[in-house]
Design a protein around this ligand. Structure first.
Ligand code: SF4
Length: 76
């Protein structure tokens, strides 16, 4: 299982995560920040659990390339 967390308020809207992991992220038309799909918001930290480990690579790529370093990926 993957656990992905996005600290959304610090997103600068660069679009990188959506480009490399389109199944996980969409850019919001409202505020221009990334939306982590199906995530729950707890005090600004948006978290989703994913049972498909084949999405690990693209999520790691998003986390590593995010200029704000606000995406965390954990494998459990
Ligand atoms: S890569 Fe990081 S800063 Fe860029 S849109 Fe995604 S979450 Fe925001």
């Amino acid at each position: 299982m993957l656990i992905i967390t996005l600290q959304r308020d610090k997103c600068i809207g660069c679009n990188y995560c959506q480009e490399v992991a389109p199944e996980q992220y969409r850019m919001s038309k409202k505020d221009g920040k990334a939306v982590l799909l199906d995530a729950r918001n707890r005090k600004g930290f948006h978290t989703v659990k994913i049972h498909d480990n084949s999405l690990l690579e693209e999520n790691l790529k998003a986390a590593e390339g995010c200029p704000s370093k606000i995406i965390k990926v954990k494998l459990q």
